[in-house]
Every structure is written in C-alpha cells, then in structure tokens.
Design a protein around this ligand. Structure first.
Ligand code: ING
Length: 304
C-alpha cells in the first residue's frame, strides 16, 4: 500500500500590519477547507503566518515587539485552526512568533509546529539560522532584525513520525543551508516542511535580487535530492507593507523535481499527492549514507 501524503502548499499573500489575528485565521481556515475539498491530508502555511513580517521594522520598545508574539498555542484566536483540523481531519504546519517563559526567563523564538488530523501538536521547531542583523541599520530600505527579536532555536532539527512517515521542519533561511537537510536526512526524513518570508531585494547584495526565485528553488531542490526527501516550501508573498516578497511556493520530490508550484503572489494552494516511498530509491542507492558517506573527512564542517 503506497504511503501517499496529499499535501497543500498554502501560500499567503501580504498580511497588513493592521490585520488582526482573527482576520488572518479566517484566511488560513479558508485555505484548509479548500485543501480538504481536494483531499489533502496536510496543509503547510508560511513562516510567521499570523502577522505581517515585523522584523522589517526597528521597534524601540519591547512591548511593541511582543504584540506580534503568541503566548499560548493554541490561543484565543488560533484555537479555530486546531478545531478546524479536527473537524475536517486535516493537519497543518504553522509558523508563528513564540513567546514563552522557560528556565525562569522570557524566551522569544521564530517557531513552527506540526499539528495532526486530530488537532494535536505532534512537533515543534525553533528557527536556527537567523538571518539579517541585530542593530538598527538605517541605511537599509527596510530592516531584517531577526537576530534582534528572536533567540536561536534550541530544539535542533527533530524528525517526527506523523502522516504515515518521517516529517521534519525548517524555517526560511534554514532552507539555504545544506546542513539543515542533512541533519534531518541522517534521521531518515521523508518530507521537510518549511515556510518563508523572502524579500526580493536583499540590501547587502542587490545584485542577487534578480536571482531570488532561482535561489529559492535551487536550495530546496538540492536539499530534497541530496537527502532523498520531499520538500514543501511555502511563501508569505506579494507586496507586504511596501516590501516585495517572493512567492514561488513549491513542492519538490526526492528526485529534486518540482511537482507543484504556486503562480500568483496571493493566497493560493498548490497541491501534490506525495508518495513517501519515492524516497527509497535515493536513500538506498545514490544517497545510501551508510555505504557512501565519509564523515571522518568532514570534520571541518562542525569544527570551524
Ligand atoms: N528571509 C530571507 C531568507 O532567507 C534572506 C532572508 C533573503 C537571506 C535573501 C538571504 C537572501 O529567505 C528570512 N526570513 O529568513
């Protein structure tokens, strides 16, 4: 019996600064219902999918920043996502800003969760590769203050048994680093889920702007192929508070082929029936890590 996971890449268009959590949740629920109508088992939402991408601004006061964070998950406005998951029998990946008291102090993470068809949280990930800068840099057309607003994730790159296979999570910039996929690949991951907010313009390297979509698919296609895993990458797209963000949400097979893609910059579902057993031929031959990898030759990767 093939292990098919029918996945909906649930791309979001812009979320305005003034848009409430309740209004955003309505958009997410609409995409969940649409996905269910197409027989999806799982929908993948973007990174920080409940609010506008607030690291684009410098905020003086912590309480302004904390307004973008969730203190509970599910909380008052997000409970509807979990209720809908249970009502429809569909799971979801959700990116959000997590504020939690841990070891006696407040911690802030760029977080994603994996929720199953019963509406239970089966996995959590906290973003490890935080791009951008820590201090206000007024020279930039817009800021990218993830290093200021979030701590580095402290959960590693875990892989969870769910939806009939081994599921992993990443967030945005993580997808650009081969180590992200390899650490999960070494745990046998069969599907990596990730959301992103990627401005077209990268202030320190404007010469890369024209290649934003190419780099987006390049890193996910290579991560998929080199680890024999499915990769689902989902954008918060469009012109959000004056900043153009790429769309290009895609579902990538273990072969590295793109099997589904969004073609707009708005709320859009791209769907694929993903056979998890397509990972086998790569994991057992070309990328049979036990047979072909030479880790004693790779020490520089972790020692530098
Ligand atoms: N955004 C961007 C990303 O990695 C970035 C930051 C853009 C890095 C362009 C390099 C080039 O897609 C987030 N949120 O990580």
């Amino acid at each position: 019996m093939p292990r098919i996971v029918s996945v909906g890449a649930a791309q979001l268009g812009p979320i305005a600064l003034k848009e409430s959590r309740a209004e955003v949740v309505e958009r997410l629920v609409a995409l969940m219902r649409q996905a269910k109508g197409h027989g999806c088992d799982l929908v993948v939402f973007p990174e920080l999918a409940l609010t506008t991408f607030f690291p684009r601004w410098y905020f003086e006061h912590q309480e302004e920043i904390d307004a973008f964070f969730e203190r509970q998950m599910p909380g008052h406005d997000t409970r509807k996502l979990f209720d809908t998951a249970r009502e429809l029998g569909i799971g979801f990946y959700l990116g959000y800003a997590e504020l939690v008291e841990q070891e006696g102090r407040l911690r802030r993470f760029n977080t994603s969760i994996l929720v199953d068809k019963a509406g239970s949280i089966v996995g959590k990930y906290r973003k490890i590769h935080l791009p951008g800068h820590h201090e206000h840099e007024p020279w930039r057309a817009f800021q990218h203050l993830e290093k200021r607003y979030f701590e580095r994730g402290d959960l590693g790159f875990p892989v969870y048994r769910a939806f009939g296979g081994l599921m992993g999570m990443a967030i945005c910039n993580d997808r650009r680093w081969p180590e992200t996929y390899r650490v999960m690949g070494l745990q046998g991951v069969e599907m990596v889920l990730l959301g992103y907010n990627t401005p077209v313009h990268n202030p320190p390297a404007p010469e890369h702007d024209a290649l934003s979509n190419f780099h987006n698919s390049l890193v996910m296609q290579s991560g998929a192929y080199q680890n024999g895993t499915w990769v689902v990458g989902v954008a918060k797209a469009g012109r959000e508070e004056g900043v153009d963000q790429i769309g290009n949400s895609i579902i990538v097979a273990p072969s590295g082929e793109i099997v589904a893609a969004c073609s707009t910059l708005g709320d859009e579902l791209a769907i694929a029936r993903c056979d998890l057993d397509l990972t086998r031929s790569y994991k057992s031959t070309t990328f049979n890590f036990a047979r072909h990898r030479e880790p004693d030759q790779y020490r520089m990767i972790v020692e530098r």
